[in-house]
Ligand binder design. Structure first.
Ligand code: CP
Length: 313
């Protein structure tokens, strides 16, 4: 886990942060997934692990799963949380917000728009900062997704995760996590909506090291062919509501319906981070099918985040 100390703040203690997926080493990711499985099997064993610890939850965007699973995880580990929904830097600079919070809490969980907000808080905070979603990454969701994939498929090396839709924060986090665990990642995205080239380059290096294949295409069938799991996400993320109509037209050919799923492996898993827009990125029949693991993913948010908190605190 990484920590950086600003040059003009020499007294800052080095705290591990989880601002993006690659703040965990591949070894730490594997360790976290093992711990998450253990926590899931025997939750009561960890019921006092965070006794006396407090964690701030700063959410600038709506949330059901992330907010509630963090609150539950903290409480079930014996700690307690405090929350705020206002824009984080509305009243004072982020560096001051960080230096207030570090006097009160043992960790800061942040959901915001710009990745830079999370990184600025992490730079100035002496307690760990955790990314609960930014426009660039959704690393906590990817932890739960890798846990779910391991539960369903076992060793992920040589398996293929196909992602259809926007080259967004979810695509970034899944691409990085799959590549480092040796899982092939095939992305189908319309021209002009591809992932950040810098993230693709990082994922490419990780894939080279693990033996995974990374492919990006505009052709949905090409990406889904033979996939072990098919993943999609909303076409207009939070903050893109005004683009929703235009995006629906561009993304319509990327809908995951029975025909699309039929080119994947028989029985391929269907995955979605939720909330889903049924009838847009996925049909009702696919998300309600026996291959859908969307609620397993949602459950595993709780276990994976408990493991993350245990490792960081
Ligand atoms: N998947 C996810 O992050 O859900 P929420 O937006 O409800 O937290």
């Amino acid at each position: 886990m990484t920590a950086t100390v600003p040059a003009d703040r020499i007294s800052k203690a080095a705290a591990p942060d989880f601002t993006r997926d690659l703040d965990l080493t591949t070894g730490e990711l594997r360790e976290l997934l093992e711990l998450a499985a253990m926590v899931k099997r025997n939750s009561s064993r960890y019921s006092q692990a965070l006794a006396g610890r407090s964690i701030a939850l700063l959410f600038e965007k709506p949330s059901l799963r992330t907010r509630l699973t963090f609150e539950l995880a903290i409480r079930q580990l014996g700690g307690f949380s405090v929350g705020a929904e206002a824009r984080i830097d509305a009243r004072e600079p982020l560096r001051d917000v960080a230096r207030n919070l570090e006097r009160w809490v043992n960790a800061i969980v942040v959901r915001t728009f710009g990745q830079a907000v999370i990184e600025e808080l992490a730079l100035w905070s002496s307690v760990p900062v955790i990314n609960a979603l930014s426009d660039s990454f959704h690393p906590c969701q990817a932890l739960a997704d890798m846990m779910t994939l391991q539960e369903k498929l076992g060793d992920l090396r040589g398996r293929t995760l196909a992602f259809a839709g926007d080259g967004n924060n979810m695509a970034h986090s899944l691409m990085l996590s799959s590549a480092r665990l040796g899982m092939n990642f095939a992305l189908a995205t319309p021209a002009g909506f591809g992932p950040d080239p810098a993230v693709v380059e990082q994922a490419g290096s990780l894939a080279d090291a693990s033996g995974a294949r990374l492919s990006i295409t505009t052709n949905l069938e090409e990406a889904l062919a033979g996939a072990d799991a098919v993943y999609t996400d909303v076409w207009a993320s939070m903050g893109q509501e005004e683009e929703a109509d235009a995006r629906q037209k561009v993304f319509a050919p990327y809908q995951i319906d029975a025909r699309a799923v039929s080119v994947a492996k028989p029985g391929a898993l269907f995955m979605h981070c939720l909330p889903a827009k049924r009838g847009l990125e996925v049909t009702d029949a696919v998300i309600e099918s026996s291959s859908s693991v969307v609620f397993d993913q949602a459950e595993n948010r709780l276990h994976a985040q408990k493991a993350l908190l245990l490792m960081m605190l």
